[in-house]
Design a protein around this ligand. Sequence first.
Ligand SMILES: NC(=O)c1ccc[n+]([C@@H]2O[C@H](COP(=O)([O-])OP(=O)(O)OC[C@H]3O[C@@H](n4cnc5c(N)ncnc54)[C@H](OP(=O)(O)O)[C@@H]3O)[C@@H](O)[C@H]2O)c1
Length: 294
Amino acid sequence: MRVLVAGAQGQVGHELMRAVPVGFEIIGLGSRELNLADSQQVMKRVAEIAPGAIINAAAYTAVDRAESESAAAYAVNRDGVALLADQAERAGIPLFHISTDYVFAGNGISPYKESDPVAPVGVYGASKLAGEQALFERCSRALVLRTSWVFGAHGQNFVRTMLRLGRERDELAVVADQRGGPTPAAGIAGALWQLVQLYRDKGELQWGCYHFSGGPACSWYEFAEEIFRQALELGLIERSPRLRAIVSSEYPTPARRPLWSVLDCSKLNAEFGIQQPDWRTELRSVLQEWRDET
Ligand SMILES: NC(=O)c1ccc[n+]([C@@H]2O[C@H](COP(=O)([O-])OP(=O)(O)OC[C@H]3O[C@@H](n4cnc5c(N)ncnc54)[C@H](OP(=O)(O)O)[C@@H]3O)[C@@H](O)[C@H]2O)c1
């Protein structure tokens, strides 16, 4: 089966490209070759490639910038997804799409289920939610994987930022009142490939929305603690900075973040046997990869 991957150069896109299962032909395109804000280009490319399935790993992901660039965020996260959904429906193929914990308000106290009410607190989350809705309205074979706090060996993420700042400063203030699930990009790619394989083998799938994030849940502060603990153990850094726990109001950002974004991932496990990855194990793999590169 030929699979088209949109956003092939992002964190998740990169992992999708390096974990292609046997028996698949994969066409991975970056934003230049497949710009989701360019409808003519998208229609032409999808028709030329004639894929048997599409995975959309492309998105406008600049959470803070989205507050002042709402049109740009919606152009990719809603309209771009609608466009891909139309192409998939016309061709009678499925669209596997990634969404976010930021569709929730973040005032929960127990892990969010797929059926819980959504109420994004920022433009990015609202644009991603609009993308989910456009997808389900337009495409009968649509699967949305909502994930959170993505990190990987390739691209910008919290792990990379912590290590850079930790080398520059003696003390780092890290937000301790937001809780979520750090999720390895490689784990998302693995889950998506499992789903695509299941579809190829069965010719069908239980379409819909599923949650997939790493466990155990933690705060950014606890995530940072583990990053420095492992980095020190692996010899990636020579010393760990002092970490100071702060609350979100002490670190103001243009976009508000949900305080609670822990996802209940049991539906994906019950339906497909796909389990939550332990982010601490995957963190080690990412750090080891960086150590081996240096
Ligand atoms: N990162 C997180 O913490 C997080 C959390 C929850 C959910 N998610 C979701 O997970 C998915 C993958 O995220 P990620 O972390 O891999 O993001 P990422 O590293 O920022 O990658 C996103 C990719 O989308 C591409 N893109 C941007 N605008 C585009 C356009 N107009 N047309 C085509 N491609 C475009 C970017 O290409 P350029 O670089 O060339 O612009 C980039 O390669 C996204 O759906 C995101 O919303 C991410």
